[in-house]
Design a protein around this ligand. Structure first.
Ligand code: FAD
Length: 277
């Protein structure tokens, strides 16, 4: 069973700062990491490979530094990693990103065949969750989003059953293979990498393709030219004010009483203003 995982290198959003003048992310303020959801997708692919055989290939679009994220996937257990990197991909929105990744996937399918495509639920920087379903639409395969468990796979019968998270609970759905899954963090725990994987990753050199390595590319659909969306405005959320420190050190009962009285006080104020904040 050949599994392809799309992975993205992202800035660590726990650390990244927003430039107060431009209101854009200051990417130099945070280290680049493998998108955490993608790490879970690779872990799941490796788990399925151990049961059903085949291989795990990862694919990323990004600058040359994104090789580091691919090497991290090799550490988790991926067999091969491809990076599509070219100035002509730059400035892509999600539509152009899914097109470029699809063109690389087509080439990989021609070479080896792909039974399953995995993506993260979303990238922690762009946060749209559109790239996975975008790829599935272009490949004309079913997208199964927000997957928290692979219940059953039968590669011979070309069948997969997964558990999805939905608004009020869960659902189990079955699909034909190939299909595309976007995965939640609950799907697995990313295990510590064994030493042989770490050694292989340290020496591993991902395969880099440019636009010229891909077949039948419509240049109008790439990069900035192929991106119809425009970011009109960006701003950080307003800082909440009125926060208070509770000073009754360690006395939980007193702290709880204080919180209740503060909430009641705020409600009275809110009602006195006729429900306006
Ligand atoms: C309106 C708009 C304009 C933008 N303009 C620019 C711009 O000018 N320049 C720029 O650099 N960026 C731009 N971006 C950001 C860029 O579109 C996204 O970084 C990219 O398309 C991925 O979208 P996302 O981060 O929301 O991924 P999501 O859809 O949230 O990611 C879901 C999953 O898709 C896969 N995935 C996503 N991106 C990649 C990738 N690159 N390689 C492999 N797998 C991937 C991963 O599995 C990931 O977990 C723009 C985004 C928007 C919405």
């Amino acid at each position: 069973m050949n599994i392809l995982v799309c992975i993205k290198q992202v800035p660590d959003t726990k650390i990244i700062k927003v430039n107060p003048k431009t209101n854009t992310l200051d990417r130099s303020s945070a280290p680049a990491i493998l998108n955490p959801y993608d790490a879970h997708a690779v872990e799941e692919a490796v788990r399925l490979k151990k049961i059903h055989g085949g291989k795990v290939v990862v694919l990323s679009m990004g600058p040359p530094q994104a090789k580091e994220a691919i090497k991290k996937c090799v550490e988790i257990g991926a067999d091969e990693g491809y990076l599509i990197s070219d100035r002509r991909f730059a400035g892509a929105d999600t539509l152009a990103t899914s097109y470029a990744l699809y063109k690389a996937i087509q080439k990989l399918m021609d070479e080896d065949g792909i039974d399953l495509v995995l993506c993260g639920k979303h990238a922690i920087d762009g946060d749209t969750g559109q790239v996975g379903p975008g790829i599935a639409r272009r490949m004309e395969i079913p997208p199964l989003t927000n997957v928290i468990k692979v219940e059953e796979v039968d590669p011979a019968e070309k069948m997969i059953k997964v558990r999805r998270k939905i608004e009020n609970g869960y659902e189990i759905i079955q699909s034909t293979l190939p299909c595309l899954l976007t995965v939640e963090k609950e799907i697995n725990e990313v295990a510590y990498s064994p030493l042989p994987n770490m050694l292989r990753a340290a020496r591993y050199n991902p395969i880099v393709w440019t636009v010229d390595d891909l077949k039948d590319v419509d240049m109008k659909q790439l990069g900035l030219k192929g991106s119809p969306t425009i970011v009109g405005k960006m701003w950080p959320p307003a800082k909440s004010d009125g926060a208070q420190m509770l000073d009754d050190e360690g006395d939980v009962k007193k702290q709880a009483e204080k919180i209740v009285s503060l909430v009641l006080e705020k409600r009275e104020l809110f009602e006195a203003k006729g429900g306006e904040r």
